[in-house]
Design a protein around this ligand. Structure first.
Ligand code: EPU
Length: 421
């Protein structure tokens, strides 16, 4: 297993390019299954989760054609089996995203039920109930969700999500695109990735409106036609590099991104004392050598502060001036990084869903272990300011969501290297 070794102390300074969004690319790849011909998706990030989705397509008999710039062409007409097997689903929960498209387009799907996860229980009951509302008959048997569309196909439905769910909204929106009649999805997730997916569906001829609000209306169409689509930039990757620069007192310009999709994060960075300037597709953060001030953060569905940036802000608070409270309201077990940060000298107290972080002037390098994707990002951020070397184990978690993290950080002047293990 590869490890990262980071020698802390370098003040980050430079420019990097932001990759396509993982959490947009995954549902968009799943949505290609709805099309009646070959679809091209561009700006895919080079990430392990994307490879897993492509492998899943391979298992179903679809051979995606990938060019050197990681554009992928997918022809869903070559599908041979309607099964997403457990070996793949257990490595990536987002595999559940093929459920809605497969039932809608092919009338049947078998998708392994994702189990528990390092950050919480993460049930998929809403995905199942949404499809049932559209007339699908669903049995959960032998660890698999077996879903069958009614005679004549799925029917448009009114569905209310009792919890805001990103992939739940995406799954039902994709299924509704090919259902008979109108679907109205209430209490939908408003995340920019949901909007990106809706734009992709519309590019293929779907009739989706209201994405980005809590009510999405989908008028089902008979078929979707081929299109070429470019995935939006990754707002969490963007935010992670901004925090990395902030903790080191440095400066970073992130390019090929979109400042309008992470306003809650930019506000908190300004509150922490950063100078933030933005253009149409770039953001520059400058700390002018200052130590950040601690901030209070409460995660909630978009447009509020994202849970996927919570761990990074715990790292920011850990070296900030003052004390900050970080409240996690989305996942029940998303503080695993805290116990690793303790090993580096961070002063963090967890009580229920709240972490009280008291900033200290210095952290100390230590061997630590990555437990999930965003937790790993927080370990990297803390290592950048810690005295001495930090050895981060289990970095396969990082490779799921951060494209070329060590190259990008090296371009900003960080002392980071990967060691095969
Ligand atoms: N929930 C239910 N029932 C369901 C679905 C969700 O109770 O059927 C609950 C979850 O247990 C959780 C809450 O609803 O408490 C919100 O979960 P959501 O369904 O929104 O999460 P997700 O769709 O599984 C996506 C991202 C996550 C991100 C969350 C929250 C993708 C592929 N994943 O997950 O990304 O944290 O939304 O914004 O889009 C990451 O990139 O590191 C990551 C974990």
């Amino acid at each position: 297993m590869d490890k990262l070794i980071i020698t802390g102390g370098a003040r980050l300074d430079g420019e990097i390019r932001i990759s396509g969004a993982k959490n947009s690319a995954l549902p968009i790849l799943a949505a290609t299954l709805l099309c009646n011909g070959p679809v091209t998706v561009a700006n895919l990030p080079h990430l392990h989760d994307i490879t897993t989705m492509i492998e899943l397509f391979g298992r179903m008999g679809i051979e995606p054609v990938i060019d050197e710039k990681l554009s992928v062409e997918i022809n869903p007409n070559t599908i041979k089996t309607l099964v997403a097997p457990y070996e793949l689903v257990k490595t990536m929960r987002a595999s559940i995203l093929v459920l809605g498209p497969m039932v809608a387009r092919f009338g049947y799907a078998e998708v392994a039920l994702p189990g528990g996860c390092a950050i919480g229980s993460r049930p998929v009951d809403l995905h199942i109930r949404g499809l049932e509302a559209m007339g699908a008959v669903i049995d959960v048997e032998g660890g698999y969700i077996k879903a069958k569309a009614p005679e004549g196909g799925l029917k448009g439905a009114n569905f209310f999500f009792d919890t805001v769910s990103v992939t739940g909204t995406e799954n039902i929106m994709m299924a509704a695109a090919l259902a008979n009649g109108r679907s109205v999805l209430q209490n939908s997730a408003r995340e920019p990735e949901v909007v990106d997916l809706a734009n992709f569906l519309n590019a293929m001829g779907a009739k989706v409106s209201g994405a980005g609000t809590d009510t999405i209306i989908i008028d089902g169409v008979k078929e979707l036609h081929p299109a070429t689509y470019r995935v939006m930039p990754d707002r969490i990757e963007t935010g992670t590099y901004l925090v990395a620069a902030a903790v080191t007192g440095g400066r970073v310009k992130v390019k090929d991104t979109d400042p309008t999709i992470l306003e809650a994060v930019l506000e908190k960075l300004k509150e922490a004392g950063a100078e933030v300037t933005t253009g149409e597709d770039w953001i520059e953060l400058n700390m002018h050598g200052k130590r950040p001030k601690a901030v209070n953060v409460r995660t909630a569905p978009y447009p509020a502060f994202p849970t996927d940036m919570q761990a990074q802000f715990i790292s920011l608070n850990a070296i900030a001036e003052g004390t900050g409270a970080v409240i996690e309201t989305i996942f029940e077990n998303r503080f695993m990084h805290v116990y690793e940060l303790h090993r580096m000298g961070a002063k963090i107290q967890v009580e229920g869903n709240t972490a009280i972080v008291t900033g200290t002037e210095t952290l100390k390098g230590a061997p630590v272990m990555a437990t999930d994707l965003r937790a790993s990002a927080s370990l990297v951020i803390s290592a950048l300011v810690a005295e001495g070397d930090t050895l981060i184990d289990r970095i396969y978690h990082i490779d799921r969501g951060y494209e070329c993290i060590e190259e990008k950080l090296q371009m900003l002047g960080a002392k980071i290297r990967r060691v095969p293990g």
